[in-house]
Design a protein. Structure first.
Length: 314
């Protein structure tokens, strides 16, 4: 891997901005942090800050160079000699939750973020674009890439699990059997690990928020749209199947937090929600379990709109 790409993988844009105290919103225009800007002209696109007035784009390395008053070459040299800092508490948190790649042998394909693909996914799932951007650019749980030769959207916690779905909505055809599957869990995944909970992969600023726990990938994207509509007042987390338990290593990250579980309106969904609630009760967390009515969360957001759905979550 090239040094520049290695640095960019280690330093997501939002983390570099946090390092210099820059309050960069994941959605919407804001004033340039690098020049006098009377009218907001900048927006975040994936891992870039784009300045519409000047036509310039800034990645994490550019941010470091500009805020440190050094050249890009010097920034690359310095960043190549250090690792992103984490507090001792953050390090202990990460050590508990993360299973190393050598242990689980999870290989995640090269992921990217492209506005046109985000827009296509938004239209296909009927989920507001803000939900797609929340997952992709704030908590880094969503990316786009090719899986089994198909353009796909991929949910991952960055270390333990990755699940792909085709952009065209069609099924994957596994070589091991004849069953059609809309989702494909990548080899090496520990499927009971939640999506959206990993503080190393996502934004640590969200680490203390109440949790909105849902079932499945499409509902996770819908939950991200709901959370964004609420002003990022909740952290969406997903278990990728009602038959799964919450991984024991993940349970400590629910402690001391409010949890709302949204159950699919079918026997398997209700049973799964009850089982997760029982697991949380054993660690001293009393979640609120709400059974969705009239469809899963993705269906409700698509049909009724995110504002109506958000009002129904208590």
């Amino acid at each position: 891997m090239k040094p520049v790409q290695k640095i960019l993988n280690s330093w997501p844009l939002i983390r570099m901005c946090e390092r210099f105290g820059l309050n960069i919103p994941p959605k919407g225009k804001f004033r340039s942090p690098f020049r006098e800007d009377r009218n907001p002209s900048c927006e975040v696109y994936g891992e870039l800050i784009k300045d519409r007035s000047t036509g310039e784009s800034f990645d994490a390395i550019n941010v470091f160079a500009l805020k440190s008053g050094i050249s890009n070459a010097e920034a690359i040299k310095r960043l190549g000699q250090e690792q992103p800092r984490a507090s001792s508490n953050q390090k202990r948190t990460e050590q508990r939750l993360n299973v190393t790649r050598s242990q689980c042998r999870l290989t995640i394909p090269s992921l990217c973020y492209k506005p046109d693909m985000a827009e296509a996914l938004s239209k296909h799932r009927g989920i507001p674009r803000c939900g797609i951007d929340f997952a992709a650019t704030l908590v880094y749980s969503l990316g786009f890439g090719k899986v089994k030769g198909h353009a796909s959207w991929i949910l991952t916690d960055g270390s333990n699990i990755a699940e792909a779905r085709r952009m065209d909505g069609q099924e994957f055809y596994p070589s091991c059997d004849s069953k059609k599957r809309k989702s494909h869990t990548l080899a090496g995944s520990k499927k009971s690990f939640p999506i959206g909970l990993n503080p190393r992969h996502g934004a640590r600023a969200l680490a203390k928020l109440p949790i909105l726990l849902v079932e499945g990938g499409p509902d996770y994207l819908a939950a991200c749209a709901v959370a964004r509509h609420m002003g990022t007042a909740m952290l969406p987390v997903a278990i990728l199947g009602s038959q799964l338990d919450i991984a024991p290593l993940a349970l400590p990250f629910f402690k001391g937090r409010s949890v709302i579980i949204l159950a699919h309106p079918d026997p398997a969904g209700v049973e799964g929600a009850k089982r997760w609630a029982n697991q949380l009760h054993k660690i001293g967390v009393t979640p609120s379990v709400q059974e969705l009515v009239g469809g899963d969360l993705n269906e409700l957001v698509k049909r009724d709109g995110v504002e109506v759905v958000a009002r129904g979550i208590k």
